[in-house]
Design a protein around this ligand. Structure first.
Ligand SMILES: C[S@@+](CC[C@H](N)C(=O)[O-])C[C@H]1O[C@@H](n2cnc3c(N)ncnc32)[C@H](O)[C@@H]1O
Length: 198
């Protein structure tokens, strides 16, 4: 696995995950509180832990214990684990675990590659989590959602998430959608929701 680090050179923008990291680097600062709503192998958690540093805090959610365990090993190896709280619960219960305001919330939807598609994110729980995340954001805070539509249920989830994002009031949120135009076969894309008024 390639170890990502904000200390290294910028990643090439080969897809929406790299683009989401570019926004994280721009927005997240030492001492910030942030959430990884879909921990998986911990790639996004690692980047955020590095950005917030030891005065900050990362909550990282997943329903798969195997994912949390792999991510935790990675964060311990990087020396960042003491300011990361891994939460073995669905992100739809996010507000039950996080009561502080946060600068960023990252969703990397779908299923963990190499794992069961049964554990893919689902429209109803993703929506519940997005709603809670939007309330926890500080002014200038961002939600980043990488949407995959190629797997069963993915297109429906993408439709529901886009509908939710489109409905965010324009006086309170800036909502962006970034798609690669030169990719074949349902390429993933990025939604960015920035809160203007806390
Ligand atoms: C595409 S992977 C995330 C990849 C991850 N960000 C990384 O850097 O490796 C999606 C993850 O979402 C998790 N997931 C599915 N439903 C969830 C839920 N309700 N709450 C939290 N995580 C969930 C899956 O178990 C899977 O690990």
């Amino acid at each position: 696995m390639v170890e990502l680090s904000v200390k290294g050179p910028l990643e090439l923008l080969r897809g929406p995950v790299a683009l989401s990291h570019l926004f994280l680097r721009e927005r997240v600062k030492p001492g910030d509180r942030v959430i990884d709503a879909t921990c998986g192998n911990g790639g996004d958690t690692l980047i955020m832990a590095e950005l917030v540093g030891k005065l900050g805090k990362v909550w990282s959610f997943d329903i798969e214990n195997e994912a949390l365990s792999r991510a935790s090993t990675r964060l311990i190896a990087a020396g960042y684990s003491s300011w990361v709280e891994f939460v073995a619960a669905g992100h739809e219960r996010l507000a039950g675990y996080v009561s502080e305001s946060v600068r960023a919330v990252v969703f990397n939807l779908g299923y963990l590659p190499g794992s069961s598609k049964e554990n893919a994110t689902r429209p109803e729980t993703t929506l519940a989590a997005l709603e809670q995340a939007s309330r926890l954001l500080i002014r200038g805070g961002i939600i980043l959602v990488v949407v995959y539509t190629g797997h069963p249920g993915g297109a429906e989830e993408g439709r529901v998430v886009e509908e939710w994002a489109t409905g965010c009031p324009q006086n309170d949120f800036n909502v962006w959608c970034s798609r690669m135009l030169n990719r074949q076969k349902n390429p993933p894309y990025l939604l960015l929701i920035e809160k203007m008024n806390a």
